[in-house]
Write a protein that binds this ligand. Structure first.
Ligand code: FRU
Length: 493
């Protein structure tokens, strides 16, 4: 349908039809990246959850596969993870094929309706054909509910140091860590997070992983926690903590503890549309790769698409840096994206009031990547605007006086649906004024992803223009700032 064509992204993953939320169970094996996702194939709203499935050779072009997991008598299949069980610790292998084991939450809707507390437990399923088809383990659940209503979203990895599987689980207002030798028997190791960090909503979709401080050999651990609601710009959002993990307990790094005291919460992405981001198991070259759900529980079920709902963010590579101000978990689009670069344009100018960076037909903005560097910034506001001939536009940029980045989608097209889609300008707090900044920007038909200063701060937001945006301009009251931009069309389809 026309509606479908109007809003279907050019290069972000969407299910062919039906509802999607969180990315689940991502693993890599033999050159293929697997992505599963919370899916209700029979409606464009949330419902009985399945795990949809898609595969990719390069994290950019995704091919949807048959549904991997269906709800059963134990419940809906909520979020979770998958691991490549190379040494067959689970005993679920057949001696020939490496078992892939998915660990997910069973959500028992009958118990929910009866107001019982033990609604959620953890189950496993395995695949002996590289993730194609799945068999549920006969003795589910493997982790019963201990009397906590919200008890979900297991993220499992193999911990080299303690030689066991570690499961991080969201338990209402904190994370629980469990250990297991075989993915079937789990024991509680410790918990983290009560009254630490942001608690505007329940904790969901945790992820714990090791990450080296860039340029050093020092290893830290990052703990990502999604919350709904409680985002700095409203609705659902992800925060993170930096610390150490000794095979049992996660302890915040002292430097991070100070940072948290100052900042109150540390956000992975300040935009409204990157929820439940988690990372790949077993990614090659020791890379830490992540993808998120590009929507927000505030309005996800009301966005103006009909056939399908929601896209994923671009896959991102995560790195960690440290300076006097604290730690930054940085995200940048995966390097594979650059191989799709087509037509390129570049501009180099000194800014006087307003200038056109991309004219209609110079690039197809609705599938483009841009790097824009500003030098000699004044303490002023710099606004980029992507717009169409109907006057619909999305504006974003930096307020270099009051220290924040922003996205304004109030006049971006269709906005009058759901809750709080465009009632406010979204902001990302910065700590200072800059004399030089860079913006890496990804534009698709219905999304904008901003990676500020090489991913130091990130903002991801969606929009629904009647017609795609075709021009990009920059404006400021300040004079004398130099603007250099390089834009690339992305030829992905
Ligand atoms: C997060 C979430 C998870 C849950 C899933 C259900 O968006 O609420 O906590 O497992 O969605 O679809």
């Amino acid at each position: 349908s026309k509606e479908d064509q109007r809003y279907r992204p050019n290069y972000h993953f969407t299910p062919k039809s039906g509802w999607m939320n969180d990315p689940n169970g991502m693993f890599y094996l033999n050159g293929t990246y697997h992505l599963f996702f919370q899916h209700y194939p029979d409606s464009n709203k949330w419902g009985p959850m399945h795990w949809g499935h898609a595969t990719s050779k390069d994290l950019i072009r995704w091919e949807e596969q048959p549904i991997a997991l269906f709800p059963d008598q134990l419940g809906y299949i909520f979020s979770g993870s998958a691991v490549v069980d190379t040494n067959n610790t689970s005993g679920l292998g057949d001696g020939k094929n490496v078992p892939i084991v998915a660990i997910f939450t069973y959500h028992d809707i009958a118990k929910e309706k009866a107001n019982q507390v033990d609604v959620e437990s953890q189950g496993i399923a395995y695949s002996l054909d590289k993730g194609k088809t799945w068999v549920k383990y006969s003795n589910n659940p493997v982790l019963r509910n201990p009397g906590i209503r919200d008890f979900r979203d297991p993220k499992v990895f193999w911990d080299q140091q303690s030689q066991q599987w570690i499961m991080t689980l969201a338990a209402q207002d904190r994370a629980h860590f469990y250990g297991s030798k075989n993915l079937k028997d789990w024991s509680l190791l410790s918990e983290f997070g009560k009254e630490i960090g942001a608690h505007g909503g329940v904790w969901e979709c945790p992820d714990l992983f090791p990450v080296k401080i860039k340029g050093t050999n020092e290893q830290k651990w990052a703990l990502i926690i999604s919350i709904n609601p409680g985002g700095p710009n409203g609705g659902s959002v992800a925060q993170y903590f930096i610390g150490d993990f000794d095979g049992k307990t996660f302890t915040m790094d002292p430097h991070f503890t100070q940072q948290l005291a100052r900042e109150k919460a540390v956000w992975l992405d300040w935009g409204k549309d990157n929820y439940a981001p988690v990372t790949w198991d077993n990614a090659p070259e020791g890379k830490r790769l992540m993808i998120g759900w590009m929507s927000n529980w505030d309005y996800a079920q009301d966005v103006p698409t009909e056939k399908w709902r929601s896209a994923t963010t671009i896959a991102r590579e995560i790195t960690l840096t440290k300076n006097e101000e604290g730690y930054k978990l940085r995200s940048m689009p995966v390097s594979q994206l650059s191989k799709y670069r087509g037509k390129s344009i570049s501009k180099n100018k000194v800014l006087a009031k307003e200038m056109l960076l991309v004219k209609k037909d110079e690039l197809n903005l609705a599938q483009s990547a841009m790097t824009i560097n500003l030098k000699d910034l004044k303490e002023d506001t710099y606004t980029f605007t992507a717009s169409n001939a109907l006057g619909e536009k999305i504006s974003f940029g930096i307020n270099n006086k009051d220290h924040y980045l922003f996205i304004d989608r109030q006049n971006s097209g269709k906005t009058n649906f759901g809750n709080n889609f465009s009632t406010k300008i979204s902001k990302a707090q910065l700590s200072k004024s800059y004399s030089e900044v860079s913006f890496n920007i990804l534009l698709d038909k219905t999304s904008l992803e901003i990676f500020f200063n090489n991913g130091e701060e990130v903002m991801t937001e969606i929009f629904f223009p009647t017609k795609p945006y075709t021009a990009l301009s920059v404006s400021s009251d300040a004079r004398g700032t130099s603007v250099s931009m390089e834009g690339h069309q992305l030829n992905i389809k």
